[in-house]
Ligand binder design. Structure first.
Ligand SMILES: Cc1cc2nc3c(=O)[nH]c(=O)nc-3n(C[C@H](O)[C@H](O)[C@H](O)COP(=O)(O)OP(=O)(O)OC[C@H]3O[C@@H](n4cnc5c(N)ncnc54)[C@H](O)[C@@H]3O)c2cc1C
Length: 425
C-alpha cells in the first residue's frame, strides 16, 4: 500500500481489535478425554460448542492461534442471508423445490443470528440497517430489475429497486447506475459479537485451549484421537470449523475449500457531515462487480471501513475506495488488515459429516449468519436434537481434479473477472 496515505498511528491489525483485543484465556491442561472436540474457535466452532455444552456434553475447543483469530474477528460485519446463488441458478442445479428450501435456510440464518444476539443480550452494535447493492453498469441494473420481477415474494421479502435518479438517498457516489436494497440485512461489530459468544461459551462450561493446533486426527475405536503440540486428546465426536484456514489436518475438506485473501482498510475519523453524505442511511454496501467490494460506516459513524478482494495490478483497497468516493482522496488510513475467506467450487456453503468428522465451512465470504447457524445446528445434532438438521446436510461438496488446497488458478481467474467487470458486464 502507498505509505503516504497511512496515518501516523497506523496499525496493521483489524480496527475491531482496538476495542476488543484478542482475548487472553486462562491456560488449561489438555484433558486426556472429552466427549466433543472442536477444531477452530470462530463462530462455527463456538456456536457448536455452546449447544453441546448447554445440552450437557463435555466440550473442548482447540484453536491454533488466539480465540477468534480467523475470519470471525476480522470480517466486515455485514450480515446477510449468505447464499450467493439465486433461485434460477439453484433450481438448475437442485430443482425448484430444493432451491427454495436452500434460499429459505439463508433467511432463517439471518433471522436466527439477530434473535440470538437479542436473546443473549450481546452488546455488538447489531443493527438492521439494510444493504444497498449498487449496479456497476446500466446492464447490471436491468438484470437486477428482471431478477426482482421473477423472484418469489416469500423469502428475503421487501427487497426493492432504487433507480439511478434516487441513488443519492443511498450513497454519496455517482459510480453506480441504481441498485437494490435488502432491508433485512444488518451490520454488527464482528469482534464484539465473537467476544459475546466466547463469554457465553466459557460460562456454559466450554473449555478452550488456544495456541494449540491440531496436527492429526486418527480414528480410535468408537471415537477419535487428536494430536497437538501439547499432547493428545481422545474425543467421542469431532467438529471442524476452520473455513478459510482449513489445512492438512482435514485433507478431504482442504481439497474442497479455496482460501481467498480479502483486505480491509479503516479511514481516519471523518467529519460527521461527510459520513452522512457518503452513507446517509447507514446501510452496508456491496456492488455487482465479480471482484467484490464491501463497505460501510463504522458503528460510531466516524469512519469508513472498506474491503475487497484485490486484483492483480491493484493490491491496495484504498484505490477502489477513492474510485467510489473521490471525496476521500486525501483521507488517511489508520488500519489495514486481511484474512482468508473459505470459497468453494460451487459457490455454496457446506456442512455434513465425512469419515465420522462433522464439518461446516466454505461460506464464500459472507458467513456471519450461516457459520453461526450451521455451527449451532452441528452442536444440536451432536446433542441428539432433531432441530440440528439442515437442508444442506445431503448436498455434495465438490472439488476439482488436481486441486489439493493450493489455489494456483486464482491469479488467472482474477484477471478474467477484472476484464469481465470492465468490458462485459
Ligand atoms: C477480511 C474478511 C472479511 C469478511 N467480511 C464478511 C462480511 O462482511 N460478512 C460476512 O457475513 N462474512 C464476512 N467474512 C466471512 C466470515 O468472517 C467467515 O465466514 C466466518 O467468520 C467463518 O467463521 P468460522 O468460525 O467458520 O471460521 P474462522 O472464524 O475463520 O475460524 C477458523 C479458525 O480455525 C483455526 N484453525 C485452523 N486450523 C486449525 C487447526 N489445525 N487446529 C486448531 N485451530 C485451527 C484458525 O486459527 C481460525 O481461528 C469475511 C471474512 C474475511 C476474512
Amino acid at each position: 500500500m502507498n505509505t503516504s496515505i497511512l496515518a501516523s498511528d497506523y496499525k496493521d491489525f483489524p480496527y475491531w481489535w482496538d476495542r476488543t483485543p484478542r482475548p487472553v484465556l486462562d491456560e488449561i491442561e489438555l484433558p486426556e478425554k472429552v466427549e466433543v472436540a472442536i477444531i477452530g474457535s470462530g463462530y462455527t466452532g463456538l456456536h457448536a460448542a455452546l449447544q453441546t455444552a448447554r445440552n450437557g456434553r463435555e466440550t473442548l475447543v482447540l484453536e491454533a492461534q488466539e480465540a477468534g483469530w480467523g475470519g470471525s474477528s476480522r470480517n466486515g460485519g455485514q450480515v446477510s442471508t449468505s447464499i450467493k446463488l439465486n433461485l434460477t441458478e439453484l433450481s438448475r442445479r437442485f430443482g425448484p423445490e430444493k432451491a427454495r428450501v436452500i434460499l429459505q435456510e439463508g433467511v432463517n440464518a439471518l433471522e436466527w443470528v439477530g434473535r440470538f444476539v437479542r436473546e443473549e443480550g450481546i452488546d455488538c452494535d447489531f443493527a438492521q440497517v439494510g444493504r444497498f447493492n449498487g449496479a456497476h453498469t446500466p446492464r447490471q441494473f436491468q438484470r437486477m430489475k428482471s431478477h426482482l420481477e421473477q423472484r418469489p415474494e416469500d423469502f428475503d421479502s421487501g427487497v426493492y429497486l432504487v433507480p439511478p435518479a434516487e441513488q443519492s438517498g443511498e450513497i454519496g457516489s455517482n459510480c453506480y447506475h441504481g441498485g437494490l436494497v435488502y432491508p433485512h440485512h444488518a451490520s454488527l461489530d464482528p469482534a464484539r459479537y465473537h467476544q459475546g459468544l466466547l463469554d457465553r461459551a466459557l460460562a456454559s462450561g466450554v473449555k478452550i485451549k488456544d495456541r494449540c493446533a491440531v496436527s492429526r486426527i486418527e480414528r480410535q475405536g468408537n471415537g477419535f484421537l487428536l494430536y497437538t503440540d501439547s499432547g493428545t486428546v481422545q474425543a467421542k465426536d469431532v467438529v471442524v470449523g476452520t473455513s478459510g484456514y482449513t489445512g492438512s489436518v482435514t485433507p478431504w475438506q482442504k481439497r474442497r475449500v479455496i482460501p481467498i485473501g480479502s483486505y480491509i482498510i479503516a479511514t481516519e475519523e471523518l467529519e460527521e457531515s461527510l459520513v452522512d453524505q457518503l452513507i446517509p442511511k447507514n446501510r452496508v454496501i456491496t456492488d455487482t462487480r465479480k471482484l467484490v467490494v464491501y463497505y460501510r460506516a463504522s458503528p460510531d459513524r466516524k469512519r469508513i471501513l472498506f474491503g475487497g478482494r484485490v486484483s492483480l495490478n491493484e493490491t491496495d483497497p484504498n484505490k477502489s475506495l477513492i474510485r467510489i468516493f473521490p471525496q476521500l482522496a486525501s483521507t488517511k488510513v489508520t488500519h489495514s488488515w486481511m484474512g482468508f475467506v473459505g470459497y468453494t467450487f460451487d459457490h455454496m456453503p457446506h456442512t455434513g459429516i465425512r469419515d465420522g468428522v462433522h464439518y461446516a465451512m466454505g461460506y464464500c465470504g459472507s458467513g456471519i449468519s450461516l457459520s453461526s447457524y450451521f455451527g449451532a445446528k452441528l452442536g444440536q445434532k451432536l446433542a441428539g436434537l432433531p432441530e440440528g438438521r439442515t437442508s444442506f446436510d445431503d448436498l455434495p461438496f465438490p472439488t476439482r481434479p488436481m486441486y489439493s488446497g493450493n489455489p494456483w488458478f486464482l491469479a488467472p481467474s482474477i484477471l478474467y473477472y477484472q476484464l469481465r467487470d470492465r468490458f462485459f458486464s
